[in-house]
Design a binder for this molecule. Structure first.
Ligand SMILES: Cc1ncc(COP(=O)(O)O)c(C=O)c1O
Length: 426
């Protein structure tokens, strides 16, 4: 199925002037001092989470137990998968998935360089190597045509493909599942940004062999730190569960609740310590109940940006999709229409007390991957180009209309003030 994405749209024409009620072109010292900072991200947690934590604190069982099992069952039912395994982070979940897929040293895993450290470092944990594939210009997601071409050229040793739904925008899952099926290589979806999102009739995270979600503090639902790995494959789920807790065949809750209340366990592998506590799971259960409502608020905030920035000719707005988690709102600056670059643009936002960030500096230019694999920056030209242009604006459910307007006004003011002389109105 074609990916129903509206591609990035260049802004058109000259900017309108001030937005009514906005700061206008210059924040001014007084205006700046009077204004509360707008953070880049902010978790939405409330009374429900507070009460849930207190219940666990009073229950006598703090670590992985009944509440975590409840969270896993609720999550599995929600995304429609056979198994869900709560983990201490998405990084842990991705690592468990690759371990369960039996990666070996010198195997390869196809993924994008345009991602966070975790996506590729887990490949290195296993001794395998990431095979980076460039991204699409507009979606910033891995380019499935390039994945296919790379596999046609050199299929040997590739044991998994990890697509990342950047910012919550679905990758071209139809094309990627077709490539996965053609070459018999499992997909492990990195859904750290992409919950809850359906694409092609099913939740992201359930299109491939394993899907992994992050509940890190700035994610679309959070447990502070945490994650969830989902799969329909019982054998993979069983292996991940054992490896989540030291390679022990019966977790302490399973032992505690077994009919014989036996202390006995066996270590069947050298595993990890990747379990999620009941305290975190209690937060997760409440966040899961709010997931759709939180997404609606993020979507509303993103739509305000899309409307408010529509006329800006110095940036490209993010591609949109009927289903989008809106974890991030990434605009791309047009270098020929500004006298400043990405970093100065972010500094100018900071001077107006507005948090912004970069997603991402591609991994192949980071010292570790650059030096270990000898990549020249131009090896992934699209990732490189877009990384130099990308600015992530503040986006979270509680971003008020007023603060959205402030961000829009600031972006416009900076763009206007930094317009090259030959593009200024006479
Ligand atoms: C794309 C991506 N993958 C994986 C992770 C790792 O998530 P966690 O912090 O839960 O380990 C992140 C975290 O930000 C991420 O952005």
């Amino acid at each position: 199925m074609a990916n129903p994405i509206n591609r990035r749209r260049p802004g058109r024409g000259r900017l309108p002037g001030r937005i009514p009620g906005s700061a206008g072109h210059s924040p001014g010292a007084a205006g700046r001092a009077a204004r509360a900072p707008i953070p880049f991200a902010r978790p939405s947690v409330g009374r429900e989470e507070e009460r849930a934590i207190v219940r666990v604190l009073r229950s006598g069982w703090l670590t992985t137990g009944r509440v975590t099992a409840e969270f896993e069952a609720a999550f599995a039912a929600y995304v429609g998968t056979g198994h869900a395994l709560a983990v201490s982070s998405a990084t842990a979940g991705l690592h468990l998935a690759l371990e369960a897929l039996k990666l070996e040293p010198d195997d390869e895993v196809i993924t994008t360089p345009y991602t966070f450290a975790a996506t590729a470092e887990v490949v290195r944990y296993t001794g395998a190597h990431p095979r980076f594939i460039d991204i699409e210009e507009d979606t910033l997601n891995i380019d499935p045509a390039l994945v296919e071409r790379s596999l046609e050229r050199k299929p040997a040793r590739v044991k998994a493909i990890i697509p990342v739904h950047i910012g919550g925008l679905p990758c071209a899952m139809g094309a990627l599942t077709a490539v996965s099926a053609r070459f018999g290589i499992p997909l492990v979806e990195d859904c750290a940004h992409a919950f809850p999102v359906r694409a092609g009739g099913r939740h992201l995270g359930t299109h491939g062999k394993v899907g992994v979600y992050s509940f890190y503090a700035n994610k679309t639902i959070t447990t502070g730190e945490g994650g969830m790995a989902v799969t329909d494959d019982g054998a993979l789920a069983a292996r991940m569960k054992v490896m989540r807790t030291h390679g022990i065949d019966r977790e302490s809750w399973d032992r505690y609740t077994s009919p014989d209340n036996s202390w006995q366990y066996r270590i069947v592998a050298a595993g990890f310590k990747y379990n999620l506590t009941d305290i975190a799971s209690a937060i997760g259960i409440e966040q899961l109940k709010k997931a759709e409502a939180l997404k609606a608020l993020r979507t509303r905030a993103a739509e305000r940006y899309l409307r408010g920035l529509a006329g800006c000719d110095f940036l490209e707005l993010p591609a949109v999709h009927p289903e989008h988690a809106w974890h991030l709102f990434i605009v791309l600056l047009k270098p020929d229409r500004l006298t400043i670059g990405r970093d100065e643009f972010i500094s100018e936002l900071a001077a107006r007390s507005i948090g912004a960030s970069v997603h991402y500096t591609p991994l192949h230019v980071m010292p570790y991957y650059r030096d270990a694999y000898g990549y020249p920056p131009e090896d992934f030209p699209v990732a490189l180009k877009q990384s130099l242009a990308c600015v992530s604006l503040p986006l979270y459910p509680d971003l008020s209309e007023e603060d959205s307007e402030r961000v829009i006004a600031a972006v416009k003011a900076i763009g206007e003030a930094r317009r090259p002389p030959h593009l200024r109105a006479p």
